[in-house]
Every structure is written in structure tokens, then in C-alpha cells.
Design a protein. Structure first.
Length: 319
């Protein structure tokens, strides 16, 4: 079987190569190293991504020279993975990334910031140095965007990745930058800020996310971010549901978000809201309760109260 695996890795059937690479998770052997080096130059980006993942298992083998050309690949995930590999093999990690944070290619600048943010807390004794580096580089990249006024593509790309990096880092001093990104003119940037807020889960972002629940191109990200907050978001969601000044489009989405949180408190809160006068809002609440029951049948439901409200809906419809 071992020989067969090597033959497949030497072949040109992409599907079979990916299958074998999946089998090699947590498996290391010197015989695979030459094949991994060759496959790092494969024309299929999915194969190269998988091989890059596997190279992390070979601490004694340095693939840096094989990986370095990927920094100029036309695939951002490949660039980021390649940079992350080289970063982990470097001695002075912060200095290594600083070079790429200042690179002329904005794709590499974004990848470098993501590598720096995602590595926070992984190197014992260097926490303060990393936090300071992340804060300084984030500020530097935002100031560069402001001073250079690049085209829209670069603006959206960089701001979206900065929002992602802030979410990864979870450094409270960076939260004001995320607040500014929420005000951006581009919905893609606002969506990235919402995802970042969902990663950080600081209460200061809950009201902002609720206000985005009816905004096109952003509302899905706002829903998912609020659900990531868990039960700490429920009081604000219920308050917004009950405020007369809350836009109807927002109110109609709130039951769905509460259901996505998926706890006993979600069930209890939605059941308490069944008496709403808005017919379509009541429908959304009943639908959300039904979704929770289907996904989480072990939670407890007040079936008597729910059935009574459904019967009332039927009577109202008949009348």
C-alpha cells in the first residue's frame, strides 16, 4: 500500500493526489518529503494548500525555498499560508513580518498582518511584544491607506483584512479601529467588521450589530456575529424587539437571531414574546421556535402556551 501511495503522489490525477494527501494527516515518513517538495510547485492551488498544511508536520525538514515562490501566487489563501510557514521558520518573527507589512504588494501586507494577529499568544514570554507589534502595524496600515488613497479594490481588500486581523487579535485597544470600520462606505468592509466583532464578542458591538440586521450585504454577517455572542446578546435583542423606534426590518429578524443562539434562554424568551400584536412578527417567533425544536429537541418547550398561540392565529385567520 505504501508503494501505491507514492505512485499516486507521482502521478497526475489531481483527485487521487488530494485523497492521498488527506490520508497523510498526522503521518510522517522521509519517503514523502521529495513528493511534497515537488507538489508545492503543482499547478492546482488546492494541492499546494494541502501540501503546505502537511509540511508543518515535518519540523526537521525545511521547505522554505520551495514555499517562498508562493508569496507571489495569485491566490490570497496560498499567500497567507506560505507567509505563515516562513514566519514560523524564522528566528526574529516580528522583524520577519515587518518586512512584508511594508511590502509594495498590498496582498502581502494583509497576509503579514493576519499572520501576526493569528500568532498572538502562541509564543510564551513574548505576549507584550506581540501585542505592541499588532497595535503598531494595524495603525500603520490604516494610516497608509489614508495617506495614499488607493483605488477601491485595494481599500476594500485592506480594510476587510484589517478588520479580520483585529478580530483575531482580540486586543481591546484595537476596538476603536473596528468602530471606524463599521462606518465605512463599502458594505464588504462593514461585513468584515461584523465578523471581527463576532470574534471579539465585546458587548460594545452588540447594538451596532443589531442595527445592521436589515442592511443588505451585511445582515447575514450581523446575524452570525450576534449568534456568536451567545446569551450575553439576548437582553439587548429583546430590548430592541420591544422598542417602538426599532425599524420593523430589524425587529422581524431578531427572533431568528435569538433562535440561532440556541439555548434554553432562547426558547423561554421567544415564548414570552408570542403575544406581539404584529401578525408577521408573531409568525417569525413561532417559526424560530420551530427551528430550535427541530435543531435542539432536548430543550424544554412550553407546548401549552405555544399551541394556544397557534390556535389563536388560526382563529384570527378564519375570522
Amino acid at each position: 500500500m505504501f508503494k501505491n501511495l507514492l505512485e499516486i503522489l507521482s502521478g497526475d490525477n489531481k483527485r487521487q493526489i488530494l485523497y492521498v494527501l488527506d490520508l497523510l494527516d498526522n503521518v510522517t515518513h522521509p519517503s514523502f518529503v521529495p513528493h511534497l517538495r515537488r507538489l508545492l510547485k503543482h499547478d492546482d492551488p488546492e494541492i499546494r494548500k494541502k501540501v503546505l498544511e502537511l509540511t508543518m508536520q515535518y519540523a526537521m525538514d525545511d521547505f522554505s525555498e520551495d514555499v517562498r515562490p508562493m508569496l507571489r501566487a495569485d491566490n490570497q489563501q496560498l499567500r497567507t499560508m506560505a507567509l505563515d510557514y516562513l514566519f514560523r521558520r524564522s528566528d526574529d518573527k516580528v522583524a520577519f513580518l515587518q518586512k512584508y507589512i511594508e511590502d509594495e504588494d498590498y496582498h502581502l501586507r494583509a497576509a503579514a498582518l493576519l499572520c501576526l494577529s493569528s500568532s498572538r499568544g502562541q509564543f510564551q514570554g513574548l505576549e507584550k511584544e506581540y501585542d505592541q507589534a499588532i497595535k503598531e502595524r494595524t495603525q500603520m496600515l490604516l494610516e497608509r491607506l489614508e495617506s495614499e488613497s488607493p483605488d477601491a479594490d485595494e481599500l476594500v481588500f485592506m480594510k476587510s483584512h484589517i478588520a479580520q486581523a483585529i478580530g483575531m487579535a482580540k486586543i481591546p485597544e484595537l476596538n476603536p479601529y473596528l468602530h471606524e470600520l463599521f462606518k465605512d462606505e463599502f458594505p464588504e468592509v462593514v461585513a468584515a467588521a461584523a465578523r471581527g466583532a463576532g470574534d471579539i464578542r465585546a458587548p460594545e458591538f452588540i447594538e451596532i450589530l443589531i442595527d445592521l440586521l436589515d442592511r443588505k450585504q451585511v445582515k447575514q454577517h450581523a446575524r452570525e456575529a450576534l449568534a456568536a455572542f451567545g446569551e450575553q446578546a439576548i437582553p439587548s435583542l429583546v430590548e430592541s424587539l420591544n422598542l417602538a423606534e426599532t425599524r420593523r426590518g430589524v425587529r422581524l429578524v431578531i427572533p431568528r437571531v435569538i433562535a440561532m443562539i440556541g439555548t434554553q434562554k432562547s426558547v423561554d424568551v421567544l415564548t414570552d414574546q408570542l403575544g406581539k400584536s404584529d401578525l408577521f412578527l408573531r409568525y417569525q417567533i413561532i417559526k424560530s421556535l420551530s427551528n430550535i425544536r427541530r435543531e435542539l429537541p432536548l430543550l424544554k418547550f412550553n407546548d401549552t402556551a405555544i399551541e394556544e398561540h397557534i390556535l389563536q392565529e388560526c382563529r384570527s385567520y378564519i375570522q
